[in-house]
Ligand binder design. Structure first.
Ligand code: 4EZ
Length: 233
């Protein structure tokens, strides 16, 4: 079973590549993909570049070109829920695109015909993450993640996204990856560690905590990978 591990930025996959140690690099469709055999399982790893379009391309490529059968995303996010502090982990139960708007036609935010506002993540991977969290003695929050092509650094926008979608965190790739995986029937898992609070200090907080938070997320995702490859599924 081939596992895809993706991030949006180089910093989000660097700790994963470091842990894997040796890999083959393949340049394809404007991204660099890393293939490795890890504990007898095949991995494909890449960062997409930021945003919904690039992450759609990368997720699709990992599945359709590289043959990934399960996808784990690791990265950082801005917090909406006041419960979430810098470096805390959140795993998406479902995701929505907060910038998708045809409300002029009477549709809800995040909805287009034949789509759905929310895409739900894989239940088994959510269960596995709970077991991994308890074995690591870490708390991990399950919640709604909202995605859009905006770095949100504005309290008003963040609160709007929180109230419309019931979102706990926001970022720029999760929901697009979710749409791809859902359409192609690939179980997926979106994990983020908080880098900022999507408020007026967000860009400074992001710069300060990107590396440490990306590392938190990557470490957890690799524990998930360890569990998945041990089960040899
Ligand atoms: C996008 N990622 C941020 C990329 C920022 C700067 C060069 C996560 C993220 C985020 N996205 C962390 N905090 C965020 C926020 N406040 N708004 C949107 O996935 C690139």
């Amino acid at each position: 079973m081939k596992i895809a591990i993706m991030g949006a930025m180089p910093e989000e996959i660097a700790p994963i590549l470091q842990k894997i140690g040796s890999y083959k690099t393949i340049d394809y469709a404007g991204n660099r993909y890393y293939e490795a055999t890890y504990k007898n399982s095949e991995l494909v790893i890449a960062y997409s570049k930021i945003g919904k379009v690039f992450s759609t391309l990368t997720a699709t490529t990992m599945i359709e070109h590289f043959g990934a059968e399960i996808l784990l995303f690791s990265g950082v996010a801005g917090a909406i829920s006041p419960e979430l502090k810098v470096s805390d982990l959140i795993v998406a139960t479902k995701l929505a695109q907060h910038d998708l708007d045809i409300t002029a036609f009477g549709h809800p935010y995040g909805y287009v015909p034949e789509g759905s506002v929310f895409v739900a993540a894989d239940k088994e991977l959510l269960e596995l993450s709970k077991r991994v969290a308890s074995s690591m003695k870490k708390s991990i929050k399950e919640g709604v993640i909202a995605t859009g092509d905006q770095f949100v650094a504005n309290e008003e926008r963040k609160n709007w996204i929180g109230s419309i979608f019931g979102a706990d965190a926001l970022e720029m790739e999760g929901a697009s990856v979710a749409v791809v995986c859902n359409a192609l029937n690939v179980p997926f898992f979106i994990l983020r560690s908080i880098s900022d609070a999507a408020d007026m200090d967000a860009s400074f907080s992001f710069d300060e905590f990107l590396l440490t938070s990306a590392n938190e997320s990557a470490e957890f995702v690799m524990k998930m990978v360890d569990e998945l490859v041990n089960k040899n599924i």
